[in-house]
Every structure is written in structure tokens, then in C-alpha cells.
Design a protein around this ligand. Structure first.
Ligand SMILES: Cc1cc2nc3c(=O)[nH]c(=O)nc-3n(C[C@H](O)[C@H](O)[C@H](O)COP(=O)(O)OP(=O)(O)OC[C@H]3O[C@@H](n4cnc5c(N)ncnc54)[C@H](O)[C@@H]3O)c2cc1C
Length: 323
């Protein structure tokens, strides 16, 4: 018997949306391991988020220190590893976000655990399903170590529902974080009022067919009307049309919003690997043979130059008629 330690990401006084898929996995793993789900939150000020997390887990541990303001594997991994030992965890998990993918392998190394990354399901106590070949096949992974570390593909697990009774929140010492040998010197982040690509309910993505970065402004107008995040194909980010962190796909972000609008994107398998679990996919492409139409729920064969301004006008009219 062992507990499941779920490292969850926070945003201000809230849990990030991506934490809820991780907690769903943690509940499934806890059933198989006969233990409890324990959520761990690490940061400068995470006690308010701790109360939010208690809606989803019987036990929440918060670890706070000024030096933990910005995520760094060098400071976070030793803390998570220590708490895994203290809490008799047989599974340590996190969402397979940029943070989770960076953190969990280091935790695994520190505690001598076997690791399964980006898993899409748990099929046995120590057995996991994970996508391979750009999501075109699944492999089955068995891990033989006593403690297992896992990153969880957000799009494959439903968001956890709240518990009937909120759990207990306690705090743990951060330790001497300054002595861990790394510090953040400067953070340069892009400011945006749009939702985070990983958490967004709606994503508007553009591809190489947008031709240049200026042309993305029409997609941004559409995104803002819909309260959407912006995404892009790798061809568009590699060409410098839009920032690299907009990239969706096998080597970019894996997203599964309720609505994904792909504009001037051909639908290469590496792009589909990052968005095909979206609930509803809308594709706009001038080529009726583009592979994106094979995964689209709604397809429009048209140039973006014609379709997007018309769509924007119609949405504006609809919004005006509702006010
Ligand atoms: C190892 C590896 C990893 C990769 N990882 C990723 C990844 O993570 N994400 C990713 O996206 N790609 C990835 N790629 C690249 C991928 O193979 C494709 O090259 C890329 O997705 C193509 O991007 P695109 O659809 O924008 O461009 P294209 O394939 O060039 O398609 C452009 C589309 O725009 C349409 N179009 C052109 N003009 C218009 C117009 N005026 N109006 C409407 N439609 C128009 C065209 O019909 C065409 O379908 C990876 C490749 C490799 C080898």
C-alpha cells in the first residue's frame, strides 16, 4: 500500500486547470495502490491555492518560501522528493506540462523511481498506456520499481470533480532553498490577457498559410472575441511569424480544448498529435484535400482572407444582438 503524491501547478490563489486531470489520474492510481491522494503545492504563496486544492483531495501539503517564487527543477525537485518519502508515496505524478515534464524525471532520479512519461491511461497497478509514433499507436509500459513517477497527459483524463467534504491542508518546511545551488536571476515573460494555451476552453491556431506574422492579427481578433488562446503550427512558429510558445503539436503543446479552430494548417500528423483530442475541431483551409479535414468536425474550404473577416463580423453581430 502506498499513497499517491500529486504535484499540482497553481496560478495565484487557484489551482491551474491542468491540475485537475492530474488529480483524476492520482485517484485512479490511489485505488490500485490502496492509498490516499495527497496534493503538494510549492511556491512563494500557495496557501490560498491550498484551500482550493482541498476541494479535490483529502490531504494537501503546501510548501512556501520566497525563493520558490519561480519554478526551478533544482529547487522544487528535492522538496517533492523529500515529501514523497515522508508521505510514503508509491506514486508521484504531475501533469505533462512544461513544468511537469521538467520536474518529474528529476524527482524520479532523486528517489530511484522508475518513470513513465506522458501517460494516457493506467491499465494495472504499475502498468500504463502511453502514446507513441506521434499519437498513432499506444505502448504498454510496466514499471518494476517500488516507487513510480508519472507525467499525465492532460487531454486523456477528465477534470476531477470536487469531493463531498473538503480535505485537510497542512504545511511543510521548504528547507534551505538558497543552498540548493540555483537561483532565478531574471524572468522575462510575455504579457497577455488571453488564457494560457494549456488551460484555454477555445484555441484559435494559424499555420503557414497565414503567410506572415501581421496576418495573424485577424486570428487574434477572432480569438479575443471568443476569449480564446492563440496557437500555431510549427511551420508558423519556425518561420518566426508568431512566438515559439504558441506551437501546438508533438514537439509543442498538447491541448484538448472544447473548441479548436485550425486556420491554414494542413494537418500533418505532428500537429494532429497536439490537438486531435479537442472536443470540437473546426478547420478552415483553401485545399479541400488537406488532411486536417479528416479530423475536423466542421470544415470550411475557403481562404482565410475571405472566411475570417466574415466570421469576425458575424460573431460581432451576434454579440451585439445579445447585449
Ligand atoms: C520531428 C518533427 C516534429 C514536429 N513537430 C511539430 C509540432 O509539434 N507541431 C506542428 O505543427 N508541426 C510539427 N512538425 C512539422 C509538421 O510535419 C508540418 O511540417 C507542419 O505542421 C506544417 O505546418 P502547416 O500546416 O502550418 O504548414 P503546411 O503544411 O505548409 O500547410 C499550410 C496549409 O495552409 C493552407 N493555405 C495556404 N494558403 C491559405 C489561405 N490563403 N487560406 C486558407 N488556407 C491556406 C494550405 O492549403 C495548407 O494546407 C514536426 C515535424 C517533425 C519532423
Amino acid at each position: 500500500m502506498g499513497n499517491v503524491l500529486a504535484f499540482c501547478e497553481t496560478s495565484g490563489d487557484k489551482l491551474r486547470t491542468n491540475a485537475l486531470a492530474n488529480i483524476t489520474f492520482a485517484r485512479q492510481a490511489a485505488e490500485k495502490h490502496g492509498g490516499d491522494v495527497i496534493v503538494v503545492l510549492v511556491g512563494k504563496a500557495v496557501s490560498a491555492a491550498g484551500s482550493a486544492a482541498a476541494a479535490y483531495a483529502g490531504k494537501v501539503i503546501t510548501v512556501e518560501a520566497d525563493a520558490l517564487d519561480n519554478y526551478m527543477a533544482e529547487t522544487y525537485a528535492p522538496i517533492v522528493a523529500r515529501i514523497a518519502g515522508d508521505e510514503n508515496a508509491s506514486v508521484v505524478c504531475a501533469t505533462a506540462s512544461a513544468t511537469g515534464k521538467d520536474l518529474v524525471p528529476r524527482v524520479a532520479a532523486l528517489i530511484g523511481a522508475g518513470m513513465a512519461s506522458d501517460i494516457a491511461g493506467i491499465t494495472g497497478k504499475n502498468q500504463f498506456k502511453r502514446p507513441i509514433l506521434a499519437g498513432n499507436a499506444y505502448s504498454s509500459v510496466d514499471i518494476s520499481t517500488d516507487v513510480i513517477c508519472v507525467t499525465v497527459r492532460q487531454s486523456e483524463f477528465d477534470p476531477a470533480a470536487e469531493l463531498a467534504t473538503a480535505g485537510q491542508v497542512s504545511s511543510a518546511e521548504a528547507g534551505d532553498v538558497e543552498s540548493f545551488g540555483a537561483e532565478v536571476v531574471r524572468v522575462e515573460s510575455s504579457k497577455s490577457d488571453r488564457p494560457d494555451l494549456n488551460d484555454a476552453d477555445v484555441v484559435v491556431s494559424g499555420g503557414r498559410g497565414m503567410k506572415n506574422g501581421d496576418n495573424f492579427k485577424v486570428l487574434e481578433e477572432l480569438a479575443d472575441l471568443l476569449g480564446a488562446a492563440m496557437g500555431a503550427s510549427r511551420a508558423a512558429t519556425d518561420a518566426g511569424m508568431v512566438p515559439a510558445d504558441w506551437q501546438v503539436g508533438q514537439t509543442g503543446k498538447i491541448v484538448a480544448p472544447n473548441l479548436y479552430i485550425a486556420v491554414a494548417i494542413s494537418g500533418a500528423i505532428q500537429h494532429l498529435a497536439g490537438m486531435k483530442s479537442s472536443k470540437t475541431i473546426v478547420a478552415i483551409n483553401k485545399d479541400a484535400e488537406a488532411p486536417i479535414f479528416q479530423v475536423a468536425d466542421y470544415g470550411l474550404v475557403a481562404t482565410w482572407e475571405k472566411a475570417i473577416p466574415e466570421l469576425v463580423e458575424e460573431i460581432k453581430k451576434l454579440k451585439e444582438s445579445q447585449t
